[in-house]
Design a protein around this ligand. Structure first.
Ligand code: SF4
Length: 308
């Protein structure tokens, strides 16, 4: 192997193995431990809950999380379908190998963690058995020009928490009122399926696909942060307050809070369209962010003190 093929590594296959093993370990962490922002918000909501049933639900959640840590097992049986959102440095030396590494890491993690095999192929109607399949793991790419590292978001999209998702293109005259109506109708009808308290991602854009994609990206943002646009930030706060008045509560058994947060992401729209997308995350919102550098050292930004 000459220097060009090897890039900066003395042993490129070993570097690929190291990258795969980092991602496998990251998935194990993601399955068994909630990210710090979600854990903190659940603790805050638990402290504010005064419904006896709601308090019992929070107690069960935290016992469940403690046991997942102690037994080194996933904190929910539904370990979802893996979605990766890669912010890839264009100078990251293993860019060509990255997608294969993600797939291989997922196959390994399915056995080693273990992750429940959830992927069923359309038309064959058969479980693939290893959590991969056509276009799965789903990989969404954004480029970081000139960067030598990657920032990798991983999300375990469970079945229940994916159920309320939808996107729709509204007539412009329906405007924000149309968005609120559709959002509330959907959460009231299906929110309970998604194991509340929910993280609500609202995407606003020009078409069904852009709005849907933005709504999922909204779920990646850490709880406790706000959209930088002041009107969007105000809308997030107002929607949170209003959705909490529905009274779905933890586990859907009534209580003070139905949502952990509402996050909005927006893109410019066509003058003739007003598109919205909705994605929801459940109380066990297993989303993580890891930074991997060119020397294959890494930093987990979502889970403090975590060791892979
Ligand atoms: S909605 Fe979330 S907590 Fe409920 S079963 Fe699905 S993955 Fe688990």
């Amino acid at each position: 192997m000459n220097g060009d093929q090897r890039g900066p590594y003395k042993d490129k296959p070993q570097a690929v193995e190291r990258l795969t093993s980092i991602i496998e370990g990251f998935m194990a962490l993601l399955g068994r431990r909630l990210p710090d922002d979600v854990q903190t918000r659940l603790e805050q909501l638990r402290a504010r809950e005064d419904s006896p049933l709601g308090r019992e639900i929070y107690a069960a959640m935290f016992t469940n999380l403690d046991m997942a840590g102690a037994l080194d097992r996933p904190c929910c049986q539904d370990t979802g379908i893996l979605q990766f959102f890669v912010r890839a440095g264009t100078a990251f030396p293993l860019l060509d190998e990255l997608e294969d590494c993600l797939k291989e890491a997922l196959i390994r993690a399915t056995l080693s963690v273990p992750l429940r095999p959830n992927v069923v192929e359309f038309f064959e109607e058969k479980n693939t058995g290893n959590n991969t399949g056509t276009r799965i793991p789903w990989v969404d790419w954004e480029l970081l020009p000139g960067s030598e590292g990657i920032r990798l978001f991983a999300y375990m999209a469970g079945g229940g928490c994916s159920l309320p998702g939808f996107s729709r293109v509204l007539m412009p005259l329906e405007g924000y009122d149309g968005v609120y109506r559709a959002l509330f109708d959907q959460i009231v009808a299906y929110g309970v399926n998604a194991c509340p308290p929910l993280l609500v991602g609202l995407g606003l854009g020009n078409s069904a696909d852009t709005a849907a994609r933005l709504s999922k990206k909204a779920l990646l943002r850490f709880i406790g942060t706000r959209n930088p646009h002041p009107r969007a930030a105000e809308m997030e706060e107002r929607l949170e307050k209003a959705l909490n008045k529905i009274g779905i509560g933890p586990g859907g058994l009534s209580g003070n809070h139905s949502v952990m947060a509402v996050h909005i992401e927006q893109a410019g729209r066509h003058t003739a369209t007003f598109a919205m997308g909705l994605s929801t995350g459940c109380w066990a919102h297993r989303r993580g962010l890891i930074e991997i550098r060119k020397d294959l050292s890494c930093n987990i930004l979502s889970h403090g003190n975590a060791v892979l």
